[in-house]
Each structure stands twice: as structure tokens, then as C-alpha cells.
Design a binder for this molecule. Structure first.
Ligand code: COS
Length: 388
């Protein structure tokens, strides 16, 4: 509705994601959700279409695009199924610590595989006692000659058990708290590494979320990303870059929810006319469209800021994450209401969007944490203004 100019390449990204969505996702979205199954078919299609290469620099076999193109792909895929898009998004998040802090040798080894979709990634920070309080992690990594030995449990890990490469945040110096955390690459077949219990989720049910168990998991020392002590910073920097992707998912989700319920409202006849003719209904759609486009404009301002290498993106990234995901929760709940009983039926996409939206307000940092991050940035800015 709001016209936004896309480059030729960006148009291709959207067309490809729409093609995959229409042909590989839409026909199965309800079934995968109902049966709670992960089907790799659309992920393979994304790999073939080079979508996993969007963020990877050309020198490592990727397309060398940025945050904007990645968000366009996530937004478009999410319209068809936010769960499938989550598998893709978590794969991108898992690649970020390597992109930000990996050594040349690590980048040469892993990034081409990631770009070709031959190695799906996962990012493992959360633990049973460390969710919002990410600095409270307990997983340890002890140096042992040319190896590190990892011990601990990670929870709520998207792509847990289906990913090939895991970025694990663990304490190399537990006394130092977050400054003693380091990031490691663990392969799915490493000894002492096993996926644990699969979470039974309310939404995003076509994506896998599981525990990861590390029991004396021995890995070569060159799997340390960057230096010891950099793990927490790498994790928060990766999250800063990834959170606009959650906003993109929210926007695609809200677009899908609005479309499905609006088409219904125009078809559904009550009291002798389409229910869309009643202002209580049509005004709801006007409100949905306005909130959706406002969030979309904010998102692509933030991704442009990231692509132009802005120094501090934490506040902007947190802002768009909570704004867009709260919008998606509101839009998808209204979409169910606009469809009445048909929206509430598990045969309808509307209720699925609503259940999926709830998770977006929680994962990659709850919206309450996002407000902490933004409020902290605001306090810094206004302290500076006062001083001036
Ligand atoms: N970029 C760079 N550095 C950052 C940073 C960022 N975005 N956020 C924090 N840091 C630095 C701080 O500057 C501080 O460094 P020093 O020790 O040198 O002072 C260090 O990291 C610790 O930061 P802080 O004291 O703010 O840590 P908190 O324990 O308060 O945690 C965060 C703050 C933002 C990490 C936490 O609130 C958070 O994001 N929680 C959610 C975690 C999450 O998203 N989990 C989902 C996992 S993936 S699904």
C-alpha cells in the first residue's frame, strides 16, 4: 500500500521468497502446525535459491547483501508460515557470531557451507537459569591441552537437533561473569553433544526448539570464536543484528493475518451484506493497515541504518523488535476476532498467526528486555543533551 522503492536485487529476493512460500510452504502450513513437524523441504528450497547466502560476504561464497535483503526474505517467508521462517531466521542468527568475530580460517571453513545451505546453524545462549538474565549462564568450557571440554545444558534452542553447527556460549572463566564467557563452534556429531527434550510449543510449531546437552564435549581449541572472554559481547552484538529479523517476521505475519481476515470479511455476508461494510469491521482493518505500515517503515529505516554501518544499533534494534511484534500480536488477535468462529477454528490460518505472534514477543529477548535496552540508550542520549 505504501510504495517503497526496492533495488532490482531486492525485488528478486522478494520474488524468490514468494515463490518458495507459495509452492513449498503454503500448501502444508496448517498441516505442519497441527502435527508439530519440521519438514526440511522448504529449507532445502531456500538453500537452492541461495537465501542462506544473503548475509554472507561474496569472498566466502555468499551474495554479500545486508540486513535489508535478509529482512525482506524473512518478512516474505513469514507471511506463509512464521514457523518455517523461524528455522531460516535462527540459521542466520547462528551465523552472525562467526561473521562478527570468526577468524579468517573459521570464516573460510564455515561460511561457504552456510551460504550454500549445506550447514544449518543454531545459536545457543539460553539456559534453564539464564533467560532474560543472559549473563547468568553456567555452561563451562575448560581448556585441556589443544582442546576445550564443554559441560552444561542449553534450553529453548531453535534448530536444536536439526542444525549442523551450533554456536555455544560458555564460561571459560566463571569468576569473571559475562566477561569470562566465550563463544564456541560445536558440530552436531561432536562426542558428548546431544539434543535433549523437544519443547511442546503453542506456536511456531513447524520449527524445532530443543534442549542441548553438553557432557564432557571435547572440541579442538580452534573452535573458539575470536578470543576468550568475547563470548557475551559476540552474543549481544549478534542479537542486536538479529532482532530486526524478528520484527520482519512479525510484519510478514501481520500482513498474512490481515489479508486472510480482510478477504473473509469481504466475502462473509451477515444481515444481508458483507461484514466489511460495517464500520466496526472496516475501521479495524484501517487500523491494522496503519499500524502494520508504521512498523514496516521503522523496520526498513533500522535495516538501512545497519547496512550503512551505524555504530550503535542496540536501541533501534530493540525498538523495532518490540514495536513490530506487539503490532503483530494485536493484528493477529483482531484478525481472529474479525473472522469469528471461523478464525478460531484450527483449520484457519488466523488462529495460527495469533499463536505464532505470541512467541515473537518473547524470543530473542522478551519485549520487556527490549524496553530496558532502549530505555538505557535514551537515558544516555538525554544525559548528554543536558550536559550540553
Ligand atoms: N553491544 C555491545 N556490548 C554490550 C551490549 C551490546 N548490545 N549489551 C551489553 N553489552 C556489554 C556491556 O557494555 C557490558 O560490558 P562491560 O562489562 O565491559 O561493562 C557487558 O556487555 C554486560 O552488559 P550488561 O551489564 O548490560 O548486562 P546485563 O546482564 O544487564 O544484560 C542484556 C543485558 C542486554 C544482555 C540482557 O538484558 C539481554 O539481552 N537479555 C536477553 C537475552 C536474549 O536475548 N536471549 C535470547 C537468546 S536467543 S533466542
Amino acid at each position: 500500500m505504501i510504495e517503497r522503492k526496492l533495488t532490482k536485487e531486492q525485488q528478486v529476493v522478494v520474488e524468490v521468497a514468494n515463490y518458495i512460500g507459495r509452492n513449498y510452504i503454503a500448501p502444508h502450513a496448517i498441516e505442519w502446525d497441527e502435527k508439530e513437524v519440521y519438514d526440511p523441504t522448504p529449507i532445502k528450497a531456500m538453500a537452492q535459491a541461495d537465501l542462506f547466502g544473503l548475509l554472507i560476504p561474496k569472498e566466502y561464497g555468499g551474495l554479500g547483501f545486508g540486513s535489508t535483503e535478509t529482512a525482506l526474505a524473512m518478512e516474505t517467508l513469514s507471511k506463509y508460515c512464521p514457523g518455517v521462517a523461524t528455522t531460516f531466521a535462527a540459521g542466520c542468527l547462528g551465523a552472525l557470531p562467526l561473521l562478527i568475530g570468526g577468524t579468517k580460517a573459521q570464516k573460510e571453513k564455515y561460511l561457504p557451507l552456510i551460504a550454500q545451505g549445506k550447514a544449518l546453524c543454531a545459536f545457543a545462549l539460553t539456559e534453564p537459569q539464564a533467560g532474560s538474565d543472559a549473563a547468568a549462564i553456567k555452561t563451562t568450557a575448560k581448556k585441556d591441552g589443544d582442546h576445550y571440554i564443554l559441560n552444561g545444558i542449553k534450553t529453548w534452542i531453535t534448530n536444536g537437533g536439526i542444525a549442523d553447527i551450533y554456536v555455544i556460549i560458555a564460561l571459560t572463566d566463571p569468576k569473571k561473569g559475562p566477561r569470562g564467557a566465550s563463544a564456541f563452534i560445536v558440530h552436531k556429531n561432536d562426542p558428548g553433544f546431544v539434543p535433549g527434550r523437544k519443547e511442546k510449543k503453542m506456536g511456531l510449531r513447524s520449527s524445532v526448539t530443543s534442549e542441548l546437552i553438553l557432557m564432557d564435549c571435547r572440541i579442538p581449541k580452534d573452535r573458539l570464536i575470536g578470543r576468550e572472554g568475547m563470548g557475551f559481547i559476540l552474543a549481544v552484538k549478534a542479537l542486536d543484528l538479529a532482532r530486526p529479523g524478528v520484527a520482519a517476521q512479525a510484519i510478514g505475519l501481520a500482513q498474512g493475518a490481515m489479508e486472510v481476515s480482510l478477504l473473509h470479511a469481504k466475502r462473509r455476508v451477515q444481515f444481508g451484506q458483507p461484514v466489511y461494510n460495517f464500520q466496526a469491521v472496516s475501521h479495524t482493518f484501517a487500523e491494522m493497515a496503519a499500524r502494520l505500515e508504521a512498523a514496516r517503515s521503522l523496520l526498513y529505516d533500522v535495516t538501512r541504518m545497519i547496512d550503512s554501518k551505524a555504530k550503535n544499533i542496540s536501541g533501534a534494534s530493540a525498538m523495532v523488535k518490540f514495536y513490530a511484534t506487539d503490532m503483530a500480536m494485536w493484528v493477529s488477535e483482531r484478525a481472529v476476532q474479525m473472522m469469528g468462529g471461523l478464525g478460531y477454528s484450527r483449520d484457519s490460518l488466523a488462529q495460527k498467526y495469533m499463536r505464532d505472534a505470541k512467541c515473537l514477543q518473547i524470543y530473542e529477548g522478551t519485549n520487556e528486555i527490549q524496553k530496558n535496552v532502549l530505555a538505557r540508550e535514551l537515558a544516555k542520549i538525554y544525559q548528554h543533551e543536558e550536559a550540553a
